[in-house]
Design a protein around this ligand. Structure first.
Ligand SMILES: [Fe+2]
Ligand SMILES: [Fe+2]
Length: 135
């Protein structure tokens, strides 16, 4: 089930953000692996918390950079990031409250969100940031 490797179609032209996106995929892969191996709840909780923390860090760094350069699509980015974090936090809470199979739904949601967001929204800042000398 780990057919969600980072590839060139996800390249946003900014090295730091590409690395962070790769790391998010790695976290997601860990989540899928843990689910497939039926790891214990504690191990899964750790992975979910790591993913949430790492996603928050990345989204904040992206927003800080876009704001710094006065990116016209900043509000759209911020709005989408906020919705994602709210949804992720809800999933993490549901998981901690022992709602069964919530992580399967969560893993699918995160995977689709990351791919759609990076391809649809993040890639829009490539040209703008590159023109400001950010690569
Ligand atoms: Fe983004
Ligand atoms: Fe991103």
């Amino acid at each position: 089930m780990t057919n969600f490797k980072w590839d060139d179609s996800l390249d946003v032209g900014i090295q730091k953000f590409n690395e962070q996106h790769k790391q998010l995929f790695k976290c997601l892969e860990n989540l899928y692996d843990a689910m497939e191996n039926k790891n214990d709840k504690l191990a899964l909780a750790q992975i979910i918390n790591d993913l949430l923390r790492y996603a928050k860090e990345h989204l904040t760094e992206e927003e800080t950079c876009l704001l710094l350069y006065d990116y016209p699509g900043y509000d759209e980015q911020r709005k989408q990031h906020k919705i994602f974090i709210e949804k992720m936090t809800q999933f993490a809470n549901d998981f901690n409250e022992d709602k069964k199979l919530i992580h399967v739904e969560m893993a699918i949601f995160i995977k689709n969100w990351i791919i759609n967001h990076v391809k649809g929204i993040d890639k829009k800042y490539t040209e703008f940031l590159n023109s400001k000398g950010v690569y």
